[in-house]
Design a protein around this ligand. Sequence first.
Ligand SMILES: [Zn+2]
Length: 165
Amino acid sequence: MLDCLPETVEPIGLADAGRSFRGEIAIAAFERLRPLLADTEGGLRVLLTFRRDERRLRVLTGLIEGRLRLICQRCLQALEFPLQVEFRLGIVASEAEIDRLPEGYEPLLANGELLRTADVVEDEILLLIPAVPMHGGETQCESGYRNRPVQERDNPFSVLEKLKT
Ligand SMILES: [Zn+2]
């Protein structure tokens, strides 16, 4: 049973109840991500499932899909960054419980208070964003850069060629 994505979530209660949500989050809602983006138009599709797994561990599994427009650090133009991420978090009520999580689970610290859904999703996205986003190669940067080729004189091999002749 899928419900619309709520603005806030209380992970422990939702896991005990076994609830799933699907919806879209506006990219503009991601406050920490915003400075890294060329623009904040559109949204990301999100699917969140809170449940207790076979070990009775409270987990949140999720899927995030869509695309962001990062800023290329070479040409400072927009860089399309497609997102299709699955994640799996162990819901813990205290720092002490983090150590008891099985292998493969990242912790989601929840103490019964409401968490902003966008914050939970944003945490996962921030893990994926490259520290220095760049277009695939100099040839793929915007025209100003594409037309500024590596100068022949900067190329050590062409210098060698000239020495030979
Ligand atoms: Zn670029």
